[in-house]
Structures are given as C-alpha cells and as structure tokens.
Design a protein around this ligand. Sequence first.
Ligand code: URA
Length: 193
Amino acid sequence: MSGGAEVGRGYDATQTVFGAGDPRARVLLLGEQPGDQEDRQGRPFVGPAGHVLDRALADVGVDSGHACVTNAVKHFKFTVRPGRKRRIHKSPTLREMTACRPWLLAELRLVSPEVVVTLGTTAGKALLGSGFRVTEQRGALLPWPGPDGETAEDGISGPLATIHPSAVLRADDRDAVYDGLVPDLRVVADLLR
Ligand code: URA
C-alpha cells in the first residue's frame, strides 16, 4: 500500500468485463472502463451511466437491444479511502489502454458494426489517438486514423465521438449536458435509418 491514501488498485477488480449486446449490432458504443456495478455484474453499462445511455438511445430512436456496448479498458480501476467501502473510479493509464487494445480491436472485427460511437475522452483516445479532444471533435463522423486503419477497411463508418454519459451525472445542470448528448446520438440514429 503506497502512502496509506489509496488501498484499491486495478488488479483488485472482480473480473474482466468484455463487450455485451447483439453480436450483429449496427452500432457499437465504446466507453472507458467498467464501473462499480459493471465490475460486480460482469457486463458493461449496467450502472447509472448505462441508464443515462439507454435513455438517450431511446430518445433518438436507437433500440439499445440492437446495439453493442464495450469499453476501451476491460477492468475496473478504483481507489478506496481508508476506513471507507465505496470504490471510487480512477482513470486508466495509457499503458492500460494499450494493453487492452487487442481485445477492443478483436471486438470491433467480430461485431463489424456500421458505426462506432466513442463515449468520452478515454474511448476517443483509445480509437483516435492521444490528440483526440472530445469538445472539438464530438457530433460528426471522423476519419479513421492509421496505423490501425484496418477497422476502416472493414467497412465501419465513423467513429462518431460524444461525451461520456457519466458527464451528465456529474454535471450541476444535468439537463443541459443531457441535451447536448442527444443531438450527437441523433447523428448516429440518422445514419442507421
Ligand atoms: N462507464 C464506462 O465507461 N463503461 C461502463 O461500462 C460503465 C461506466
């Protein structure tokens, strides 16, 4: 234990959490890493952020049953304050993202969706590189970068970037942030029509 301030580490996660959903999904939504609930249940986006995502997908007319969800990093990383039980999310490192990248590319090849939606900064960086900025690049289809352009050759459009649904939960004005997420996802819904 280093310094006594943090007792939880990534390798304390309960399990590896891979993608879930329709293996022939037309849209794959990519998050950062499993959260507390996802780590316990072994499925991505089953906690509060997942509920926001489901609601937003429903609002734009994308059936979440026909989508697939996964994460850039496949394990929950967290800290626990001394004397507390709550597991507090910690952002993954570049090393962890790189280590999980082969799994992500395998999932993309397996599902071969028509469009990939990156949710938040980590997912955007995982697919588009370290220069990705969600505020500048959200809401429009982006070109696939090299050298992993094989995902583009597989006929996957996009990716399309938007904010992470947990940003809605963290915001002071949740409605305003949610109202920004919905038009980004509507671009995806229009593409799938
Ligand atoms: N946040 C994510 O990025 N992924 C999940 O699966 C849950 C919360």
